[in-house]
Design a protein. Sequence first.
Length: 179
Amino acid sequence: MATSLYLITNSKLTGNETQSDWERIVNELQHLNMNTGDWKYIVEEESEDEPFSVDFYGDFNIEPRLLSNIGIISTIYKYRLIYETRDYPWIIESFRKDLYNIVKIIGGTEVIYLADNGCDKLSGYLDMVWDYYLSYEDIKQKMIEEFGQPKTDYAKLDYHKLDYHKIDEFFCDDFSDYA
């Protein structure tokens, strides 16, 4: 079974940003040289169904979206990526380096890994973001209440024990080894 990998981050909008802020972020993302192509952004005005948000996108494997109280990051990867570090450590390190650089540019310091509807418990937290726009801090606290303290060491995750229907942990990366 495969399920898509999403991340949430503690980056958020202040409400005081201007077009020059979005252009600065796009310029900094462009300098990462992650791939060929250009970064772009789109501002989604608040509506009855959706809050104000800014999406940063391009031909890349990581695309962040900022809301007033959380950052959401979509990826092309499957959730199992973080569990495969023993067999493919260079893949996760390349991913983490790109992720760290992006999160830093958009104002965050850490991420929590979530999964889509192919994963029973973690997808519920992703739904809290998409459906209820809960803050990063609220979601992290709810996850701690359900799972206990987050896992923080990729080397301790075992792909052979990954069961999408019985996940009893969550993973948080504060990038402390990059600071």
